[in-house]
Design a protein around this ligand. Structure first.
Ligand code: LMR
Length: 391
C-alpha cells in the first residue's frame, strides 16, 4: 500500500542546512534558514538559558507527564512580555504550550477550522510552511500581495482582501519581522487593520515568531496588542525559537482571546483535544528553562540584554547593507527600513544557484536572505558576489 505514495521533495529551506554543511569551502556564507548568528558567525546557547538549564538539572525532581497544555508557568510567564497592558485578567484570554511556533500555527488553524473557518486570507509571499499547513488541513488560501515594490506594506491588497471576506474566513498576519520580506506594518497601518477587523467577522490569527528582533519587545507587539484591544476574538501563535535561541528544543505557545471567559475555556478545551490527538503534550525541557528565566528577575534581565544585542547587530548589518547602495542590479537601500532577520532580493532562481556554485553563498531559492547570517567579516564578500552575479 505504501508503495502508492509519491515521492515528496525535501523542505527546500531545511534542505539548505545539509547542503551548506556539506560544502567544504572555508569562505562559505549561510543566509538560508532563519538562525541568528553572532558577529563571529556562531549560534550560541543564550547565557540566560544556560543558567536556567543548570538550575533545572539541579532542581527537577520528576519527568512525569504534565498534560496537553504543557508548562503553564511558562505560558503565563510570557503573558506580560507578549501582551503588556493588553492582557486581560478577566478570563477572556488563555494559552497553552506547543511544540514550537509551527505547533502553535497548526493548532490555531485547526481550532479555527473546528469553529467553522474554511478560508484563510494571507499576504504573500509568506513563510512557506504557512501554505503547507493550510494545505495539510484542506483550508483554502486566499492570497493577497503583502508588499509593494517600494518596500512598503501593500495596504490596498489587505483592504480589498478584507472587504471581500466574511463569515468563515480568518486572516493570518505576521506580528513583526515579516518572513520573508522584512516589510512590517507601521503602527498607523496596524491601527487601520485593527479598525477594519473590528467591523469584520474575519478572525485574526497573529503569528509572532520574532518578538524583540525588530524594534523592541513592546514595539514588536504593537500590532498584536492593538488588534486584541479592538476585536473580541484573536488567536496568537508564538515562537521562542529565535528570541530565546531554542530552535531545536521546539518551544512555542498558543493564546486565544474570546468575548467571554466561558467561550475561552471551551476554546482551550477544544485546543487541548486537538493537541492530544496530534502530539499529546509538548516537549517539556525548553519551556521549563524559559519558565525559570521568567520567574527570576536577574535571568530575565540577562535574556532581555542578550536579545537587545542581537537586535542591534541585525540593525547594524541592515544599515551596512543599505549603505552599500546597489550591488549589481540589486538595490540594497530598502533593507535599512525593513525589520528582523529576513529580506527578499530581486534575484532569479538561476542567480541563486550561481551564488551558491560560484561564491558559496547559500540563500533560499525565493531570493530570501537571512540578514543575521552576515557579519562585518563576510558582508563585503557577499556584496561582491551579488554584484558579480547580477551585474
Ligand atoms: C525560517 O523561515 O527559516 C525559519 O522559520 C525556520 C523554519 O522552520 O522554516
Amino acid at each position: 500500500m505504501l508503495n502508492r505514495l509519491e515521492e515528496q521533495a525535501p523542505d527546500a529551506l531545511l534542505a539548505l542546512i545539509k547542503l551548506f554543511t556539506a560544502d567544504e569551502r572555508a569562505d562559505k556564507i549561510d543566509l538560508g534558514v532563519g538562525v541568528y548568528k553572532t558577529a563571529d558567525g556562531a549560534t550560541p546557547v543564550f547565557e540566560a538559558i544556560k543558567g536556567a538549564e543548570q538550575r533545572l538539572v539541579d532542581t527537577q525532581d520528576s519527568k512525569s507527564y504534565l498534560g496537553p497544555e504543557g508548562d503553564l508557568g511558562f505560558v503565563n510567564g510570557l503573558i506580560p512580555h507578549i501582551f503588556g497592558d493588553a492582557a486581560s485578567d478577566d478570563g477572556r484570554m488563555d494559552g497553552m504550550q506547543t511544540p514550537g511556533g509551527t505547533g502553535a500555527v497548526r493548532l490555531a488553524l485547526a481550532l479555527a477550522q473546528k469553529g467553522g473557518v474554511t478560508r484563510v486570507l494571507m499576504g504573500t509571499p509568506s513563510w512557506p510552511n504557512h501554505a503547507q499547513i493550510l494545505g495539510d488541513l484542506s483550508l483554502e488560501l486566499v492570497a493577497f500581495d503583502h508588499a509593494n515594490s517600494d518596500g512598503t506594506a501593500n495596504m490596498d491588497g489587505l483592504r480589498s482582501a478584507l472587504a471581500n471576506a466574511g463569515e468563515g474566513d480568518a486572516i493570518l498576519l505576521h506580528g513583526c519581522c515579516h518572513n520573508p520580506t522584512g516589510v512590517d506594518y507601521t503602527p498607523a497601518e496596524w491601527d487601520e487593520i485593527a479598525a477594519l477587523l473590528k467591523d469584520s467577522p474575519v478572525i485574526p490569527i497573529i503569528d509572532l515568531a520574532y518578538q524583540g528582533l525588530g524594534q523592541g519587545m513592546d514595539e514588536d507587539a504593537y500590532g498584536l496588542r492593538t488588534v486584541m484591544a479592538a476585536v473580541p476574538e484573536v488567536m496568537v501563535a508564538y515562537s521562542c525559537d529565535k528570541n530565546f535561541g531554542m530552535y531545536r528544543d521546539r518551544v512555542g505557545a498558543f493564546y486565544v482571546q474570546t468575548a467571554d471567559a466561558e467561550t475561552t475555556s471551551r476554546a482551550i478545551s477544544n485546543a487541548s483535544a486537538l493537541a492530544r490527538a496530534s502530539w499529546s503534550m509538548p516537549p517539556d525541557h525548553g519551556g521549563a528553562a524559559i519558565r525559570i528565566i521568567l520567574e527570576d528577575a536577574g535571568l530575565t534581565q540577562r535574556w532581555l540584554d542578550e536579545l537587545t544585542s542581537m537586535r542591534e547587530r541585525i540593525g547594524e548589518v541592515r544599515s551596512t547593507l543599505a549603505a552599500s547602495g546597489t550591488a549589481g542590479s540589486v538595490d540594497l537601500t530598502p533593507l535599512g527600513k525593513q525589520r528582523g532577520m529576513f529580506a527578499m532580493l530581486p534575484v532569479s532562481k538561476e542567480q541563486v544557484q550561481q551564488l551558491r556554485k560560484d561564491h558559496a553563498v547559500y540563500m533560499a531559492g525565493s531570493g530570501r536572505i537571512n540578514v543575521a547570517g552576515l557579519t562585518l567579516g563576510n558582508i563585503d564578500a557577499f556584496v561582491a558576489a551579488l554584484t558579480d552575479v547580477t551585474g
